[in-house]
Design a protein around this ligand. Structure first.
Ligand code: SF4
Length: 259
């Protein structure tokens, strides 16, 4: 049975991901000479001014796709399913798959009624689409049988859903419910270590370290700001330090190549 929920307007992929005031930046006009890497590590006391600078620059960056879907729909279920779709998948691909899926079905009951092969076909080509189709179907069944069709708003309860890890659980509570959590993906892990705010080897360890050091008032926005920043400027292989608005405050730990 087709869903009557409104369709996501993501028809133009990442270019259409605009939160209020979010647009693609014009990098050529903001280029400055790279500064030497001599700033000290970023501490809990110094993180506030850095996030303030990023917050001011954020309107020039595309919002992360799951944030966009969460804000656009205000629906915890769509936020949860979009997050599962987004794992190991580019934002453009996630956005298109989410649109196809939610156009067809946007509630646990509606998705649980879709045959597994059709579900996999709907979300193709997200990474591991066959596995994700099974995970999504399982989540929908669990939500119906154990939670009355409602998405839980606590991290520990979300983690009991098969296929939901700490990243997804944190993202759902922060983006869908506005509750404290720190969602650590590859961007948050990499950038927090480049700043020296934490010194960790895995995203899970980074989350625990950030819970100790990052003032609680920054938890919810931290993922949103750092993912957009990581996709736009502080890229994985060769960060764009020459146009970075916080280059003077960054010790660039572990950065051997930059633009
Ligand atoms: S782009 Fe990343 S590594 Fe380079 S100065 Fe900015 S925050 Fe530091």
């Amino acid at each position: 049975m087709p869903s009557r929920e409104p369709a996501l307007s993501l028809s133009k992929g990442i270019g259409a991901q605009r939160l209020k005031g979010y647009t693609r930046m014009n990098s050529t006009k903001t280029a400055v000479t790279p500064r030497p890497a001599r700033a000290g590590v970023v501490t809990a006391r110094r993180i506030g001014p850095i996030l303030k600078i990023l917050r001011r620059a954020a309107p020039n960056w595309n919002a992360p796709v799951v944030t966009f879907i969460g804000v656009q729909t205000g629906d915890p279920f769509r936020t949860l399913i979009s997050c599962v779709l987004s794992l190991r998948t580019r934002d453009e691909t996630t956005a298109a798959a989410a649109r196809r899926l939610f156009d067809r079905a946007a509630t646990p009951a509606a998705i649980a009624a879709i045959a597994p092969r059709d579900l996999a076909r709907l979300i193709y080509p997200v990474g591991f689409y066959r596995t994700k189709a099974k995970v999504i179907a399982g989540i929908c069944r669990d939500l119906i049988e154990k939670h009355g069709g409602r998405v839980p708003d606590e991290i520990e309860v979300l983690l009991e859903l098969k296929g939901v890890g700490r990243k997804t659980a944190n993202l759902v509570v922060t983006e869908a419910y506005g509750k404290p959590g720190i969602c650590v993906d590859t961007h948050v892990h990499r950038i927090s270590n480049r700043w020296g705010l934490v010194k960790t080897t895995t995203p899970e360890k980074t989350e625990m370290a950030l819970r100790e050091v990052l003032p609680r008032r920054y938890w919810i926005e931290y993922n949103r700001l750092l993912v957009a920043f990581g996709q736009t400027i502080c890229n994985p292989a060769s960060p764009r330090c020459s146009i970075c608005p916080i280059s003077a405050r960054c010790p660039r730990i572990g950065v051997t190549r930059f633009r």
